[in-house]
Design a protein around this ligand. Structure first.
Ligand SMILES: O=c1[nH]cnc2c1ncn2[C@@H]1O[C@H](CO)[C@@H](O)[C@H]1O
Length: 354
């Protein structure tokens, strides 16, 4: 029994890097209630307990509905600064040293009327305070929200997201993403914006293969220049795609507990992560929208030990993938991987004895 507890303590303490986590999906419930009240937004819940029960989803569309409501609770620069600062505090609690954090500018600009310099000044003030106070580093992934009521709206949102992402490259934005409901919104139509973003020097990491099958991952690889895939978990359904991902070394940003909470898989024991790993597909473990699933990144990491039964050396390698698959410059990645390895060895001796 105590070995299992020692391993749990080790997995909490070990340094990590996270590549797939949404800022608006990480707002702490108590903070969300305060923001809603302060900004005159009426939510169907008024206590943290009620919020936790509210975070149960009938299906993906229901999740997006709640996600949209939550995004609407943000109004001032201070609100954006607060949620980013608190995100940094949570990183420190999980021993996450580096995170590439997804944010959806078009929801705030078009749906809530918040100007770029309001939300982005807040985001970067919060990011800087978290760096100074907790020693955690964040970079931004701005994602195009794929759902729109018309082609014209889709173009407007994609144009806006891509241009603010390119404009903000010197202030921490490192990649263009693609989020929202995949059903009925295949990746191919977003090729022009990803072409523009890649040409400007941004990286490409669209969501694909989460709520739809392998064809969406093929589409993201072939037409969006995807260097990583958000989720991509349903690649498992196409052996030729699994082989391609392994041979080309294209990383998947897996979020196992998110897939259970959103009904992609019924039980964690049937999640394809072990099969993808065994097939040689590069993968990292991420939390996606932790408070919205009432879990933490460390709960996702713990799943590698129980129920996936990976040994600690393998778990350490999967955690180091969070550094290796990041969009940091090569030398920064090498430094960070070295520092993580040294700390892992020390913690393995101290906490597990092996
Ligand atoms: O797991 C996810 N898949 C797709 N979109 C997600 C996920 N988590 C959060 N979002 C967010 O949902 C919004 C849709 O309007 C987007 O902001 C997207 O980033």
């Amino acid at each position: 029994m105590e070995r299992a507890q020692a391993i749990e303590r080790y997995l909490q303490a070990v340094p990590k890097a996270e590549l797939h986590v949404h800022l608006e999906g990480s707002i702490l419930p108590a903070t969300l209630l305060k923001l809603a009240q302060h900004n005159g937004i009426s939510l169907p819940v008024s206590t943290v307990e009620e919020a936790r029960r509210w975070f149960q989803y009938r299906d993906f569309a229901h999740f997006i509905e709640i996600y949209f409501l939550i995004s609407g609770c943000l109004k001032t620069e201070e609100d954006y600064e607060l949620i980013t600062y608190e995100f940094g505090a949570e990183m420190a609690r999980q021993n996450v040293r580096y995170a590439e954090v997804t944010f959806s500018p078009s929801t705030h600009f078009f749906n809530m009327g918040i100007k770029h310099d309001v939300y982005f000044t807040g985001l970067n003030k919060g990011r800087e305070r978290a760096r100074t106070e907790f020693g955690v580093e964040m970079r931004w992934v701005f994602d195009i929200v794929r759902n729109a009521s018309s082609q014209q709206e889709l173009h407007r949102k994609a144009d806006y997201t891509t241009s603010v992402a390119i404009e903000s490259m010197q202030e921490g934005v490192i990649a263009l993403g693609l989020g929202g409901a995949e059903v009925g919104s295949p990746p191919e139509q977003f090729a022009p914006w990803f072409e523009k973003a890649l040409a400007a020097g941004l990286h490409s990491t669209p969501h694909a293969g989460e709520t739809v099958g392998p064809e969406s991952v093929w589409g993201a690889l072939r037409t969006l220049g995807a260097e990583r895939i958000g989720h991509g978990v349903r690649s498992i359904e196409d052996p030729s795609l699994v082989k391609h991902l392994a041979q080309e070394g294209i990383p998947l940003e897996l979020c196992p507990l998110s897939n259970i909470c959103l009904g992609v898989y019924k039980h964690i024991a049937e999640h394809p992560l072990p099969r993808l790993y065994a097939a040689g597909v590069p993968l990292s473990v991420n939390s996606d929208d932790p408070p919205l699933f009432n879990v933490t990144l460390n709960d996702n990491v713990q799943a590698l030990y129980e129920p996936f039964h990976f040994d600690l050396d393998t778990i350490d390698e999967i955690l180091l993938n969070g550094v290796r698959h990041s969009f940091l410059p090569q030398e920064r990645k090498a430094q960070m991987e070295m520092a993580f390895r040294t700390e892992m060895q020390k913690l393995r001796q101290e906490l597990v004895g092996s």
